[in-house]
Design a protein around this ligand. Structure first.
Ligand code: SF4
Ligand code: SF4
Length: 182
């Protein structure tokens, strides 16, 4: 019968030799391939300790900016969340109280702001949509982790100038907001 692709192979039924039966040639051939690759230049990187060099237009994890007086730029207008095609951004708005002018630039601010990095496709639409120059995508890559929860970046993780040790337990803060609102 004529083959359509010429890729069919005739299976050999010849009796295996002694060395073939103990798989020695196959094992040695495999070890040879391993040895050859062992001394070649590695193409893999030890992420997250090592990262690749990126082009100048690379879009990585976000940062929430402050103005030159250290006040938060974000006014919780929600335009970034609206423009996000992945629905990765959520926020809770709050009103600035008297005496908080040194903390927040506008009368309204985001008391909570979250980005789900597992949803984000790093398109940069949020940065484009923001009228307050509050959100930017940086060259940083979201760090590797083992649980989904760790990829929901809270405001304390996004806002510039907050050290990890100073981050507030967000579940407690949210509880406070809801109790305060009731
Ligand atoms: S980069 Fe794109 S997908 Fe990610 S949060 Fe911003 S708008 Fe959404
Ligand atoms: S980051 Fe910008 S667009 Fe998003 S809520 Fe804040 S001010 Fe509005």
């Amino acid at each position: 019968m004529q083959s359509l692709t010429n890729r069919s192979k005739i299976v050999s039924n010849k009796t295996m030799t002694w060395s073939e039966r103990i798989y020695l040639p196959a094992i040695l051939a495999g070890l040879k391939i391993t040895l050859v690759h062992f001394f070649k230049k590695k193409v893999t990187l030890q992420y997250p300790e090592q990262t690749k060099d990126h082009g100048p237009y690379f879009r990585g994890r976000h940062v929430l900016k402050r103005d030159d007086q250290g006040r938060e730029n974000c006014t919780a207008c929600g335009l970034c969340a609206l423009s996000c095609p992945a629905e990765a951004i959520t926020m809770i708005a709050a009103e600035r109280k008297p005496g908080e002018e040194h903390l927040f630039r506008e009368e309204k601010y985001a008391i909570e702001y979250e980005i789900n990095m597992l949803r984000c496709i790093f398109c940069g639409f949020c940065e484009e949509a923001c009228p307050k120059d509050a959100i930017y995508l940086t060259e940083m890559i979201p760090t590797a982790d083992y649980t989904r929860k760790k990829f929901v970046y809270t405001k304390d993780m996004l806002l510039e100038g907050i050290e990890p040790k100073d981050r507030i337990d967000i579940s407690k803060r949210r509880k406070g907001i809801r109790e305060g609102a009731m």
